[in-house]
Design a protein around this ligand. Structure first.
Ligand code: G3P
Ligand code: MG
Length: 243
């Protein structure tokens, strides 16, 4: 049985708010969502922050990137104005700020560990360590995920008690041995590359199955019929949280 929420707001509030910000989490809440996926990487000085792209240019202005910028500078950067005028001044949040926000509002977290290339081990370890340090009694147990095997292995070493899901775009032939090596609880994949037969194999092997990014109720129902346990969505306005 899948012990986590079945419908998850992608990057905080899907496409309804600037991704990976506190405003996005608030937007998810406003739409009734109590489950969120977001992306975490390390600043130059090793502080986990929410960001999808390693380089600036899309969601924050400027040259350079996350791994060559201090946390103090990153946390001052505007991550809202690219989206719309009404979000001007919305800052890049630290992972710590987001964990506290989620605890305060009883939001379940799928923490995607998204290391800048070259920082896989360190990112996995630091995110796991901080998650342990910030955990409070009664808060929902989070689920880590990553496309990086190395980052998840490092998180596992630091915090074996925090559940892990290995992320794939296309599912490789050796998916089972990779999940076994990580003692993962779930496989996360792009729904576009999933087939009913593969879904069945994953479920029969005893793993949870989570898909990204499912944006219509019709597709959500279809993959649910294949055995998919959960999905994240950009369309929190089209797919209700209790779907
Ligand atoms: O965790 C699922 C999904 O977020 C993976 O892709 O690029 O949106 O982080 P991406
Ligand atoms: Mg993600």
């Amino acid at each position: 049985m899948w012990p986590y929420p079945k419908v998850i707001a992608h990057r905080g509030g899907g496409t309804l708010a600037p991704e990976n910000t506190i405003a996005a989490m608030q937007c998810g809440l406003d739409f009734g969502y109590r489950a969120v996926e977001f992306d975490v990487m390390l600043s130059m000085d090793g502080v986990p922050v929410l960001m999808h792209d390693p380089l600036f240019g899309r969601t924050v202005r400027g040259e350079g990137g996350v791994a060559t910028t201090s946390a103090a500078r990153l946390l001052e950067m505007d991550a809202g104005s690219w989206y719309s005028e009404s979000f001007i001044g919305e800052k890049v949040p630290s992972y710590e700020q987001v964990v506290r926000f989620c605890q305060q509002h009883d939001i379940w977290m799928n923490v995607e560990i998204k290391p800048v290339p070259g920082f896989e081990q360190e990112t996995g370890r630091v995110v796991a360590q901080l998650t342990q340090a910030l955990h409070v009694e009664g808060a929902p147990a989070p689920l880590f995920s990553s496309f990086s095997f190395e980052a998840l292995a490092s998180a596992q070493k630091q915090a074996p008690e925090i559940a892990r899901g290995l992320l794939f775009d296309e599912i490789p032939a050796d998916w089972l041995s990779r999940l076994q090596q990580l003692a993962a609880v779930a496989l996360h994949c792009n729904h576009k590359h999933l087939s009913p037969a593969l879904a069945q194999q994953i479920k029969q092997a005893g793993y949870g199955l989570l898909c990204y990014t499912v944006n219509t109720p019709e597709r959500a129902l279809e993959i649910r019929n294949w055995g998919v346990d959960a999905f994240c969505t950009d369309k929190i306005n089209l797919i209700p949280a209790d779907f």
